[in-house]
Design a protein around this ligand. Structure first.
Ligand code: GLN
Length: 287
């Protein structure tokens, strides 16, 4: 079998099984099976695929066709140009979460010119957000929490691989539970679990059967974590500190209402993602 034949076979099989982007997945799986870069495949389309590589490809195609996410099978996902290790212990970082990183950086750049910013990230999962910030801002101190010890193991490994573990402390705990109140942080940020029960029921099989449900489920209406977070956050922020939250589709209005009702914050701003969905909420604590 040639590389071209293997690619065509895998693509057709994945397409028949209803997998999105079958060609791209086939290329990534074959390049993984052959330990070759994707571009090298195109340079050798007539090259042979040996028996062992073909078997590896077949088993990957079978797993993908049954709904396993490619990122878990290959063991990594790129986020903010960082190659992160991912496995079923953590949610696969989504591209829209890069908007949260962007907004956080715009806040941190100003603070870091005068002070070492202290940042708290709640529910870090693979560590994607904290690690991106630590990579961009050299003088920063981040505390990143998660309720799952398993997730923290992945996050620590990712921080180490990226060379930023000296700037991040990982702590197991439930939201602000592990901390004493008293205005310590310049920025508290989170991409909490925010899907409602009905959204969980309608999830793709990739997510429903393979990703950790505790990283996705925000209770019956999806807003459970925002209620707790918004009520606790002002006690842990410095004066003029920032709260930055990723929100799900149609949630910005609700979360904005919670922040306004809580008091202690200036009027929140809502930032849209590339699909025009209000994705990030940003609010500054009043003096
Ligand atoms: N954005 C994810 C999804 O739609 C949900 C992530 C989350 O709950 N924070 O699958």
């Amino acid at each position: 079998m040639t590389i071209l034949e293997a690619l065509n076979w895998a693509t057709d099989h994945l397409r028949d099984q209803g997998i999105d982007n079958p060609r791209l997945d086939a290329e990534l799986m074959l390049s993984h099976s052959m330990h070759l870069g994707r571009e090298e495949l195109f340079l050798r389309l007539r090259g042979r695929v040996i028996e062992e590589e073909r078997k590896t490809l077949e088993s990957l195609v079978r797993r993908r066709a049954s709904g396993e996410p490619l990122q878990y099978m290959l063991g990594h996902q790129e986020f903010w140009s960082i190659d992160l290790k991912v496995d079923p212990r953590v949610l696969i970082p989504r591209p829209e979460t890069e908007h949260l990183v962007e907004e956080a950086l715009s806040i941190l750049v100003k603070i870091s010119s005068q002070n070492i910013p202290s940042v708290l990230e709640l529910g870090t999962g693979s560590g994607a957000i904290a690690i991106s910030l630590a990579k961009e801002v050299r003088n920063i101190f981040i505390v990143a929490t998660d309720l799952s010890e398993d997730a923290l193991m992945v996050a620590r490994e990712n921080a180490k691989r990226t060379g930023v573990c000296d700037r991040i402390r990982f702590v197991k705990g439930d939201l602000l539970g592990p901390f004493r109140s008293g205005g310590a942080f310049d920025l508290i940020l989170s991409n909490p679990p925010y899907l409602s029960d009905s959204e969980i029921r309608d999830l793709s099989r990739e997510a429903k059967d393979h990703e950790p449900v505790m990283a996705l489920s925000g209770g019956e209406d999806g807003l459970a974590f925002y209620r707790r977070l918004v009520s606790q956050a002002p006690l842990y922020l410095k004066e003029e500190g920032w709260l930055l939250l990723e929100v799900g589709i149609h949630q910005a209005g609700h979360v904005c209402g919670m922040i306004e009702a809580r008091g202690h914050f200036q009027k929140p701003a809502r930032i849209k993602d590339l699909s025009g969905i209000e994705r990030v909420m940003k609010a500054q604590r009043r003096e």
